[in-house]
Structures are given as structure tokens and as C-alpha cells.
Design a protein around this ligand. Structure first.
Ligand code: HEM
Length: 231
């Protein structure tokens, strides 16, 4: 093939025309029949048969070359958010304090209620030195008699009423009678507050003030007996 072309070139005016450069690209008119493999190559190689010339890109006849050169559209990049919608908001995130949620796994309503505003009346008092909670715990362990009675008693309301003094104070809490005399100076709310229930049933006031306090544990060494109706 190459030798044929070379001989053709030489016979067509070898005397006047200079020799073609070793590699010459000759652009042929567009192939009308679309047949590109018929041996009519567009490139003529000089020298040997080695073909190291990269192909034209885009191809000489490609539609890309024919179309007006428009800027390439920016690639559309889909982010994760576009491809995958955000997860649904969990039901617990929508809950409102104090509002019932039909979801059975919801936190119990009692824990969703907003905390009550602290009352202006409430407040801890400065306890005397040696009268902190740990001191009270140590006093209970000391074995000192905090009850003032030998055996547990059946206490009627009228009996209870007689123990309403600072140095002899009993009070009823949930059916149990406690001698609160020794505890008065250890009470974080102050003696005065605690004395309000001396000689009477303090269950309601206690529950309204600080129901979370473990009274039965704190005063276990002060148990006097049990509240019973009048005979
Ligand atoms: C004998 C039964 C009682 C015991 C064992 C007791 C025990 C306590 C304890 C442990 C605290 C500290 C609570 C805390 O830091 O969270 C406290 C605080 C207080 N208590 Fe009592 N209490 C008793 C009865 C009462 C009663 C009947 C009243 C009301 C008349 C009362 C009024 C207060 C007040 C106002 C405080 C301060 C609350 C605060 O920290 O804001 N306590 N009490």
C-alpha cells in the first residue's frame, strides 16, 4: 500500500515536486458512503509501516466537529441529600411536655411535665455546725435513744397532740408516729418549718414540700408507734 502510493507520487511529477515529509496528514473530503474500512486511509506514512500517530479526536467526521462549539454543560452532581431523602423525624422528637403521645414507647407523662416553679416560701436554712446530713446519719448509728419510748405504741390523735413542744415533738407521717425532737436541728428546711407539724399529722405538708425525701429511712431510729383512731 505505502509503496504503491509512493510510486504513484513519484510518477505524478517527481521531477518538480519535492519529496513529501516523512509524515504528512492529508485530509480527504468527507466520506459519503460511510465506509471507512475500504483501505483509503486518510494518513500516509512515510518510511516504514509503523503507525505511531494518534488518531484525531474527535474523529474528523464526527458530529462533535460539525456541531457549533457550545460550552459543555456543567456536570450535575447529585448529593446524598438529593439522592436519599432525610429520615423521618422520630416520634419522640415531636413530643411536648404534658401532651399525651399515642406511641406506647413514649416516656411516661409524669416525667414529661415541666417542673413546678420553685415556691418563694421554700428555702434551706443554714444548719448549725455539726448538724449536716452526715452528722444526722452518724447520730442514728451512735445508738443514742432517739425514740424516747421503750416499745412501739398505738398512738391516738389526742395522744399525739400532747407532744407538740420543741423539746418533745411527735408527728404522724403516713400512719407512723415519729419523734422528731432530735431531728429538728438537723432539718435542712429549718426547725420552724418542721415544728408546724409537731403534735399532728404532717403527711400532707410533707408530701407537698418534698415527697422525694425518704422519710422512713431518715427517721427509722425515731419511730414511736402507729396512729390509731380514738378509742
Ligand atoms: C420529719 C419529716 C421531715 C423530714 C425527714 C424532712 C427532711 C428534709 C430534707 C432531707 C430536706 C432537704 C431536701 C433537699 O435537699 O432536697 C428538707 C428540706 C426542707 N423541708 Fe423538710 N423534712 C421533713 C418535714 C418537713 C415539713 C413537715 C416541712 C414543712 C412544714 C418541711 C419543710 C422543708 C423545707 C421548706 C425544706 C427546704 C426545701 C428546699 O430545699 O428548698 N419539712 N427536709
Amino acid at each position: 500500500m505505502t509503496s504503491y502510493l509512493r510510486s504513484w507520487l513519484f510518477t505524478q511529477g517527481a521531477e518538480t515536486a519535492p519529496l513529501p515529509s516523512p509524515v504528512t496528514i492529508i485530509q480527504s473530503p468527507p466520506d459519503t458512503d460511510g465506509d471507512t474500512d475500504d483501505g483509503d486511509t486518510e494518513t500516509v506514512h512515510g518510511g516504514d509501516d509503523a503507525d505511531d500517530t494518534p488518531p484525531s479526536f474527535p474523529g474528523l467526521n464526527s458530529a462533535q466537529r460539525l456541531s457549533p462549539s457550545l460550552p459543555a454543560p456543567a456536570p450535575r452532581i447529585f448529593t446524598d441529600a438529593r439522592l436519599m431523602p432525610p429520615p423521618p423525624v422520630p416520634a419522640l422528637a415531636n413530643r411536648r411536655p404534658g401532651v399525651s403521645n399515642s406511641n406506647s414507647l413514649a416516656v411516661p407523662l409524669t416525667t414529661l411535665r415541666p417542673p413546678s416553679k420553685p415556691s418563694a416560701k421554700r428555702g434551706k436554712v443554714a444548719l448549725a455546725p455539726g448538724h449536716g446530713p452526715l452528722d444526722w446519719a452518724n447520730l442514728k448509728k451512735s445508738g443514742e435513744d432517739l425514740r424516747g419510748v421503750d416499745t412501739l405504741l398505738r398512738v391516738t390523735p389526742s395522744m399525739l397532740k400532747q407532744h407538740n413542744k420543741r423539746d418533745d415533738a411527735w408527728s404522724a407521717f403516713n400512719g407512723k408516729i415519729y419523734n422528731i425532737t432530735h431531728y429538728l436541728s438537723y432539718h435542712p428546711g429549718g426547725e420552724k418549718e418542721l415544728m408546724r407539724v409537731a403534735g399532728r399529722d404532717g403527711s400532707k405538708l410533707f408530701a407537698l414540700t418534698h415527697a422525694w425525701v425518704n422519710l422512713d429511712y431518715m427517721l427509722d431510729g425515731c419511730l414511736v408507734g402507729f396512729l390509731v383512731p380514738e378509742a
